[in-house]
Ligand binder design. Structure first.
Ligand code: HEC
Length: 211
């Protein structure tokens, strides 16, 4: 065989064997949840995932305590699940969402007004869909600086608020601007969310007060 033919054959072999490897290996989710025993491992590269939103000073009750500082929360999701959402309007198994909390800074560099995000992460919570592992399909994990976290017990209010008010499958898609239109068009909004928005939009019956 000529040198040329040998190298062509070699190249072909390399291509075929890598293709065979790709086909035979079970397709791993590049960004799915990983566990250490019964704890979830921190998805360390979540900052390279898909960005969903930033909430500013969000509060879930009208009479919540006034804070002495402002806060941002940033939400990220693993890229495979984002892609699946665009196609289906809902989350596949192994979806992992990260809520990262940062303190809002006011004065700094050239900034005179408004707020920007501080460099310290002051809170990090992860929401994982793992249908076989968790009876309720989803579980929350609070990370407080450690590399692994224990699941929050299912009787905590995290679960009820997310289940009752999340627009799609226990998640707050109503606040994720690139996803809400998809969920609307695919018809995947939860019954609870649809009821809430309908109630908010219908005019309230007027109560007349007689002077
Ligand atoms: C009263 C309602 C409420 C409760 C209770 C609540 N959350 Fe949430 N959660 C929200 C809202 C609203 C958002 C959307 C935040 C945004 O848009 O920035 C959210 C977003 C999240 C996200 C981002 C992914 C997602 O699921 O949409 C995580 C993670 C999360 N919360 C964790 C928790 C944990 C952990 C607890 C309990 C310690 C908790 N939440 C309790 C309302 C709630």
């Amino acid at each position: 065989m000529t040198n040329k033919a040998t190298s062509a054959l070699l190249a072909l072999l390399v291509v075929c064997s890598s293709a065979a490897l790709l086909m035979s290996a079970p397709k791993p989710l590049a960004s799915g949840p990983e566990y250490a025993g019964d704890e979830l491992k921190l998805p360390e590269n979540y900052r390279q995932w898909v960005y969903l939103t930033t909430g500013f000073d969000m509060s879930y009750s009208a009479d919540a305590m006034q804070m002495d500082h402002h806060m941002f929360d940033n939400v990220f999701v693993n890229p495979e699940s984002y892609k699946a959402f665009l196609e289906t309007g809902t989350w596949p198994d192994k979806t992992t969402l990260v809520l990262e909390v940062r303190k809002a800074e006011g004065k700094g560099s050239i900034n005179q007004r408004g707020n920007f995000q501080g460099t310290d992460v002051i809170g990090l919570e992860v929401h994982v869909k793992d249908e076989v592992r968790f009876p309720g399909k989803w579980a929350f994990f609070p990370f407080d600086g450690a590399k692994t976290a224990k699941m929050i017990p299912t009787n905590m209010e995290c679960y009820t608020c997310h289940a009752e008010h999340g627009a799609v499958d226990n998640t707050f898609v109503q606040f994720y601007p690139t996803l809400l239109p998809i969920a609307k068009s695919k018809g995947t909004l939860s019954a609870g969310y649809k009821k809430e928005t309908a109630a908010a939009q219908s005019p309230k019956p007027r109560t007349r007060t007689t002077p």
